[in-house]
Design a protein around this ligand. Sequence first.
Ligand code: ARG
Length: 268
Amino acid sequence: QTRRSVLATLLMGSLFLVGCGQKQDAQTQGGASEPQASTEVKTYVVGSDAAYAPFEFQNDKGEVVGFDMDVLNAVAEKGGFKVKVINTPWEGIFATLEQGDRDIIVSSVTITDERKQSMDFSSPYFEARQLIATGKGGETIKSFQDLKGKKVAVQTGTTGDEVVQNLLGKTSVDIKRFESTPLALKELENGGVQAVVGDNGVVQNYVSNNPASNLRMVEDTQSFQPEFYGMAVKKGNQALLDKLNAGIQAIKSDGTYDKIHAKYFGAK
Ligand code: ARG
């Protein structure tokens, strides 16, 4: 009799535990992706501002492609998960993590101490630096300091915006902000500003693809520190972070990363 009830209690107990496990599982699977049976491959929703060639841009079919997407897809393959990439405006892109609309932001996002307070980052997957583009009226610009007294365009809320704010002042009327880096560069082409400060890869890409615009690039490795791109997840989503980091590590050590890098930037 007693033995039977002990067994029954044990059985109920373990059923209860199994139940809890499932509940937990469903929660961690939540976020932007629909809850799925544990046998299914998980799909993570990725936000990316696809006006950032060669890192993320739209091809003729409207798909988001580029260096970042190749890295992401390789990481997903290693980790055995799927991704669904949604073109997402840069402004407000980080809020989509908090809201649960996106699981990961892969958008050439520089890892900064300030951003780390509100989101978590994977290990770095790319090194970048700010670069100045200048055109007509910017002939005297030889360094970052020379931007004082000039009109400068940036993409709102980027690290480029930040460094220019530090130089010219947060509320300077000489800073013109745009929702994308190509729009800032267009403004430079049209003569509305004398310079643009942005991520080197994107500025270089634009200048070489628009030779008629006669833009010139000015490097200043004294003023600009190296920046590192990371994949951002909602603060505390350690499980997803672990998968991303394992994948990044794996593609770096098996040569996949170098292949992707060479495809976009030539051999190192
Ligand atoms: N690396 C810069 C930053 O994190 C700019 C990134 C902009 N990315 C984009 N896809 N528009 O602020």
